[in-house]
Design a protein around this ligand. Structure first.
Ligand code: ADP
Length: 254
């Protein structure tokens, strides 16, 4: 099995990715030729106006959706070549997910939620790694609590810990701070940042929020299903400026 040490320099990539919904007059090109590499150990934000293809791109990259044309490689594996069983294994073992709505199991404790993906895969957790992750997200005294007994920020930190437990090649985070107040959101973002800096984790995050994106090494902008721009280590102001220019020059708007 691949570990973080010998992971390829590119954790995931898309090659000329197309995704079309409908046909004829009602055809929508959600992705219109996206080619992009996500380097290992980097924290990337995907931004763009509503309907620009952010969710579709993330779902295709995370093997949750199938592109109409083009290819996705995750951890050196051509995703399109995998059968159902191998796809499930890839998603379970090599990909971590963090969702806007936390998606924790309400009847399980924080600890049980964190360990659930490993349990499902029939794998034993590494106790030292469990301790590291739990201490990094500051959940040591909450491990016995159920989701309903925790704040939104604490629940999202449980979800982050769950995503990291299998030491995945890449974590996809879909608006992870969308349901949080700014203080809890900042805690989650600081934790994601630390997991990149200290553990070499690769993270790709869809966000609308320039503050969230300013925690990233790289911000990629989509419009009309295409990558139209990117910024390296940008400030919040640079991101805001770029977003404003994307909104105003959108073609097809009279
Ligand atoms: P974003 O995440 O940037 O808001 P999406 O990836 O959700 O954008 O959507 C991109 C485009 O594809 C939009 O025009 C959207 O309406 C369309 N789309 C997304 N999912 C579907 C679907 N299941 N059926 C039809 N059109 C869809």
């Amino acid at each position: 099995m691949t570990t973080l040490q010998d992971a390829p320099a590119v954790a995931a990539s898309a090659r000329d990715l197309h995704k079309t919904y409908g046909s004829g007059d009602s055809e929508v090109r959600a992705l219109d030729g996206v080619t992009i590499d996500f380097r290992a150990g980097e924290f990337t934000a995907i931004m763009g106006p509503s309907g620009s293809g952010k969710s579709t791109l993330m779902h295709c990259l995370a093997a949750l959706d199938t592109p109409t044309a083009g290819g996705v490689v995750v951890d050196g594996v051509e995703v399109g070549s995998l059968g159902d069983k191998a796809l499930t294994k890839l998603r379970r073992e090599r990909i971590g997910f963090v969702f806007q709505a936390f998606n924790l199991v309400p009847t399980l404790s924080a600890k049980e939620n964190i360990l659930l993906p490993l349990d499902l895969a029939g794998r034993k957790p590494d106790p030292a790694w469990f301790d590291t992750v739990v201490d990094t997200v500051g959940l040591r005294d909450r491990l016995g609590h159920r989701p309903s007994e925790m704040s939104g920020g604490q629940q999202q930190r449980v979800a982050c810990a769950r995503a990291l437990m299998s030491q995945p090649s890449i974590v996809f985070a879909d608006e992870p701070t969308g349901n949080l107040d700014s203080t809890s959101g900042a805690e989650v973002l600081r934790f994601l940042r630390r997991s990149v800096d200290e553990f070499g984790q690769t993270i790709v995050m869809v966000t609308h929020d320039p503050v969230a994106a300013s925690y990233c090494d790289r911000v990629v902008f989509l419009r009309d299903g295409r990558v139209v721009d990117e910024l390296s280590r940008p400030s919040r102001e640079q991101i805001l400026e770029r977003m404003a220019s994307l909104q105003t020059v959108s073609p097809g708007v009279a």
